[in-house]
Design a protein around this ligand. Sequence first.
Ligand SMILES: Nc1ncnc2c1ncn2[C@@H]1O[C@H](COP(=O)(O)OP(=O)(O)OP(=O)(O)O)[C@@H](O)[C@H]1O
Ligand SMILES: [Mg+2]
Length: 236
Amino acid sequence: MSDLPVMLDKVSVRAGAVSILDGIDLLIAPGAPTLVVGPNGSGKSTLLRVCMGLTQPSEGAITWGGRPDVKPTRRAFLFQRPVMLRRSAAANVAYGLRQAGSKRADIHGRVVALLERVGLGDLAQRPARKLSGGEQQRLALARALARDPDLLLLDEPTANLDPAATRAVEEILRSAAASGIKIVMASHDLGQVRRLAGDVVFLVRGQLREQGAAEGFLNSPQTPEAAAFVRGDLVI
Ligand SMILES: Nc1ncnc2c1ncn2[C@@H]1O[C@H](COP(=O)(O)OP(=O)(O)OP(=O)(O)O)[C@@H](O)[C@H]1O
Ligand SMILES: [Mg+2]
């Protein structure tokens, strides 16, 4: 059973009188990565949380693979700052595998394979919280991949990383996408959009202002706000 496509039908999220997301219609289907961009406070994190089922719409509806369930089955979420158990890197991945229902006998082999997949094979026994920020984010990716997701949602996973660590994470995401995992990722970084995105979702003040191929968004944005954002001078 797949969680794809994810379909949002006029989804709004409100906190009291404040509108955080406003009437979002969005279809997330298999394919190249979708990058969610927009200024600070435009609703990127909230949109990702809705797509994971962590935040309920105040209005509108969301379905995963046609089902209105909110229990994550084939989707995983990565936060800007990874949350690690106070145990080894390997134990963190093993935890993810147990949560995903892996058989005991398979766990050791899968831990090794997942750590290799994110380039942490040599650091399996290191305490996870002693790893660098970039290594922790790669470990968080291994733990997310342990769920065998068909949808991976990421909220600015490289915001605290230097360029080399950012590229390492992007490389893992590229190969995850090539293996058929749908990536949906919030980002502030237009270079990252250029490097990774198949398409772009552009939010301003909780509204979806533009959506389409990354190349079109970057080279010929359709709205004045998107043009200003791409130039780097959108002031809200
Ligand atoms: N639970 C909440 N209660 C009230 N306001 C909220 C709540 N969650 C988010 N907001 C507000 O909604 C707006 C959108 O927040 P969100 O975190 O989704 O934006 P964002 O695009 O991810 O921003 P950033 O680029 O800073 O990460 C912000 O103005 C935020 O303060
Ligand atoms: Mg955010």
